[in-house]
Ligand binder design. Structure first.
Ligand SMILES: [Zn+2]
Ligand SMILES: [Zn+2]
Length: 367
C-alpha cells in the first residue's frame, strides 16, 4: 500500500490566523507590537513582563510618571531572554558571542573599551587545563583528522579500531566495569573550585618566583583571567583561559614591572596547576584527591595575525573563547541542563524541564 505524500500546510491555513491577529493589532497596537518584536531580535523565548511602575521624585514624593503593561499588546512587555546557550536561544547566544569576542579582543589588542594598545606588550598566554584520567576511553581521530588505532594494548582493555569522527563510542570507557564514574562526576562538580584554587595558587607562585610577598606582589601586579569551559568527548570539562599580567594602577591598564615576563607566567601556571589538590568525599571511588590532569598547555599569544602550529594570534584566541562561551555540555552529546532527582523520579514532560544549566562558563575575573 502506498502512502499519500505529506502535503505542505496550505498557505491559507497559516495566513488566516496571522491576518486575524494582525487585524486585531491594528493602529497603535500593531506599531507597538512591531516595535517589541523588532527589539527582540529573533529571541526564541522572550521574557513576558506584566505589571506597572511609578517614577517618583525622591524629595517631594510627587509621581512623575506611570507605566503599565496593560496598554501593551496582549498586556505584556517582551524582553530578550539573554540566554547565552546556542541550544536555548540562537539569537541571544549570538549577541553574547559577539560581545565576548569584542571583550576578549579589546583585552588583547587594546585601543577599545578603555584598554590602551600597549596591552599587546604585556605577558599574556592561552592556557588549557584538563582533567586527569578516570580510566581509558575510546579515542577519536588525532588533531590532524587522521584516524588512529584506538588502544592497541596487549594487556588490559584494548581496542584496535580506528574510530571516525562522530563515532558515538568515542569518549566512552573501554572498560565500564573499572572506569571511575564517581571520581569523574565529582571532578566535574568541583571543577569550578579547582579553577578558583588555581587562580589563588598562581598569584602565590608568581609572587614567590619574583621573590616578593603575596601582599607586595598584589600591590604591583594584577592577574586577569578570561576562561571558558569546554566539554571533551569523555564528558569531562576542561578549561581554556587567556591569562594576562598588568601593572597595578588606578589609571587603568598599565604595563607590569619588567620582571613579570611570559616565561615567569608560564612557569608559575605549570607549578600552580600541579599544586592544586582537593579532597573528594569518600564514596568508595578510586579517585580520592581531585587534581588537574598532566596535560597542561600554555602558549604565548603573539601580537599580529600569524596563526599556525607555533603561533597563536590575538584574533584567533578571541574567536575561540567567544565560540565556547556560548556552548555548554550539549557539544559532547549530553544535556545542556542539570539533571535533578525529580527528573529521574517523574517521567519528563515536554516543556516542563526548566532546570538551570551549568554555572556560567565564562567569567572575567580580575584581582
Ligand atoms: Zn533569547
Ligand atoms: Zn575504541
Amino acid at each position: 500500500m502506498t502512502q499519500a505524500p505529506e502535503l505542505p500546510a496550505r498557505i491559507g491555513d497559516l495566513v488566516g490566523p496571522v491576518i486575524r491577529d494582525l487585524t486585531r493589532r491594528s493602529g497603535h497596537d500593531l506599531t507597538r507590537w512591531l516595535q517589541q518584536v523588532h527589539r527582540l531580535g529573533g529571541c526564541r523565548e522572550p521574557i513576558r513582563l506584566t505589571g506597572h511602575t511609578h517614577t517618583l521624585d525622591t524629595h517631594t514624593g510627587e509621581i512623575l510618571g506611570h507605566y503599565t503593561t496593560y496598554a501593551e499588546p496582549h498586556g505584556q512587555l517582551l524582553f530578550r531572554c539573554g540566554n547565552r546557550r546556542a541550544t536555548r536561544c540562537p539569537a541571544c547566544a549570538e549577541v553574547y558571542r559577539r560581545d565576548t569576542f569584542h571583550l576578549i579582543r579589546s583585552g588583547l589588542l587594546g585601543g577599545d573599551k578603555g584598554v590602551p594598545e600597549t596591552v599587546r606588550t604585556h605577558p599574556r598566554v592561552f592556557a588549557t587545563l584538563t582533567a586527569p584520567s578516570f580510566g581509558p576511553v575510546h579515542r577519536g581521530p588525532g588533531k590532524d583528522g587522521q584516524a588512529v588505532i584506538c588502544h592497541p594494548r596487549r594487556t588490559g582493555p584494548a581496542c584496535f579500531e580506528r574510530h571516525a569522527a562522530g563515532d558515538p563510542c568515542i569518549g566512552q570507557p573501554l572498560d565500564p566495569g573499572t572506569y571511575d564514574y564517581v571520581g569523574h562526576v565529582l571532578w566535574n562538580a568541583h571543577a569550578g573550585n579547582l579553577w578558583r584554587r588555581f587562580t589563588i595558587y598562581l598569584r602565590r607562585h608568581l609572587a614567590a618566583s619574583a621573590g616578593l610577598t603575596r601582599k607586595d606582589f598584589d600591590r604591583m601586579v594584577r592577574v586577569s583571567f578570561a576562561k571558558v569551559a569546554e566539554f571533551q568527548a569523555r564528558g569531562v570539562v576542561h578549561f581554556h583561559a587567556v591569562i594576562r599580567l598588568d601593572g597595578r594602577s588606578d589609571e587603568g591598564v598599565i604595563p607590569p614591572p619588567a620582571w613579570a615576563t611570559v616565561d615567569l607566567l608560564t612557569d608559575a601556571i605549570r607549578t600552580a596547576v600541579t599544586a592544586v589538590r582537593l579532597d573528594a568525599p569518600d564514596l568508595g571511588q578510586p579517585t580520592r584527591h581531585l587534581v588537574w590532569g598532566e596535560q597542561v598547555d600554555v602558549r604565548p599569544i603573539d601580537p599580529g595575525d600569524l596563526h599556525d602550529g607555533q603561533h597563536l594570534s590575538e584574533r584567533a584566541v578571541a574567536a575561540y573563547v567567544a565560540k565556547y562561551a556560548t556552548k555548554a555540555a550539549e557539544t559532547s552529546g549530553t544535556l545542556d541542563r542539570r539533571v535533578k532527582l525529580r527528573d529521574l523520579l517523574q517521567a519528563p514532560r515536554a516543556g516542563r524541564l526548566r532546570a538551570r544549566g551549568p554555572a556560567h562558563p565564562y567569567r572575567l575575573d580580575a584581582g
